[in-house]
Design a protein around this ligand. Structure first.
Ligand code: NAD
Length: 327
């Protein structure tokens, strides 16, 4: 594409993605489907790569999430909560594997996990006691939603060891709870939630813990952000430790010795995802060894040691513009 046309299109895409991102991350009221958002973002990434002269640090391609809501206390993340790069095909996964190996050599294995479609949260424990829970926000600063998170029965208030630790997980609404909630909303003549992700985010990003308690939310914890006084050598050993501490860890994750095993795992879940009692929107693939993760490091937006394989869209793009979501 010629330079001027590219510049104009980049600007258009940034404006659209900013608007969609604001509705999705800040208002929990998406205007377009994830597939539509992802297609526009891929186009922007491609144009920005072809035209590095138009780089902007404010572009949605390098920014994480959205702004925090003003009525919550702010929480600064000790370690940023980032986004993930995407893979949409087997060849994208093989490219990811190639990039990883170029940087840290061939001795690589992966941890593969379901990508739960909910709200990313950080949980902090001091001496084994739950003290603070926050949203991801813009990756650096999130919202303090401790009171709402305390209403989720699967979040332990006390761990099995007096450890000081910050963990990350995905709070979500099971499909059954989502359907029951929308049924109640329909009976009360209220507007329904568009999907379980927005229902979970809307339930946690409001100020009434009694309302959050009624929403039957749950959580899977999938990573350690920071832990004091303990060396952990791999992501999969970290998951085992999280389980020992009393966290709910998803049991479908798999250690894969090479990228072909990873591809087989993603193919299995394209078929099996509909049988799960919760929504997933992909598979997260992480380099297992933590020393290699450290060596690979991060870009401005995401770790180089992980990627998210996104499932092909299940439905045709749906316009959600007319759906007003209430909490
Ligand atoms: P991401 O796709 O980059 O993935 C990162 C998130 O994955 C983490 O923050 C975490 O919440 C989640 N996750 C779930 N299970 C995980 C696991 N096992 N390990 C690690 N992380 C796990 O998320 P993002 O940066 O929030 O957003 C990008 C996606 O959000 C887009 O690809 C798009 O599909 C969707 N989105 C949609 C709209 C819209 O208007 N429909 C707007 C913005 C973003």
């Amino acid at each position: 594409m010629e330079r001027l046309k590219a510049e104009k299109r980049i600007e258009e895409l940034r404006t659209m993605l900013e608007k969609y991102g604001h509705h999705y991350y800040v208002l929990d009221k998406p205007l377009v489907s994830d597939a539509e958002y992802d297609t526009l973002l891929q186009e922007l990434l491609r144009l920005e790569e072809e035209h590095p002269e138009f780089f902007s640090e404010h572009s949605p391609s390098v920014r994480v999430g959205g702004k925090t809501l003003p009525f919550f206390e702010k929480v600064e993340h000790r370690i940023p909560m980032l986004s993930l790069g995407n893979a949409f095909s087997d060849s994208d996964l093989r490219d990811f594997d190639r990039r990883v190996k170029q940087l840290v050599g061939d001795d690589i294995s992966y941890s593969c996990e379901l990508k739960i479609d909910g709200l990313a949260v950080s949980l902090t424990y001091e001496n084994g006691k739950f003290v603070r829970g926050a949203t991801r926000g813009d990756g650096q600063v999130g919202e303090d939603i401790t009171a709402n998170l305390k209403t989720i029965p699967a979040i332990p208030l006390r761990l099995s060891e007096p450890v000081t630790i910050e963990v990350r997980g995905e709070a979500y609404m099971p499909k059954g709870s989502f359907e029951a909630l929308n049924e109640l909303k329909a009976q009360a003549g209220e507007e329904k939630f568009a999907n379980p992700r927005n229902a979970a985010a809307g339930s946690l990003r409001q100020l009434n813990p009694k309302l959050a308690a009624k929403r039957n939310l749950s959580i899977f914890v999938y990573a350690i952000g920071h832990v004091e006084g303990r060396e952990i050598e791999s992501h999969s050993k970290g998951l085992t430790y999280l389980q020992e501490l009393g966290f709910r860890v998803n049991q479908e994750s798999k250690h894969c010795d090479n990228i072909e095993e990873v591809i087989t795992y993603t193919e299995e879940w394209v078929e099996k995802r509909a049988t799960l009692p919760y929504d997933i929107d992909g598979i997260v693939i992480k380099v297992d060894r933590l020393d290699q993760q450290k060596e690979l490091g991060f870009t401005a937006k995401s770790p180089r040691w992980a990627t998210a394989f996104k499932f092909p869209a299940e439905e045709v793009v749906t316009k959600l513009e007319d759906i007003e979501l209430s909490i």
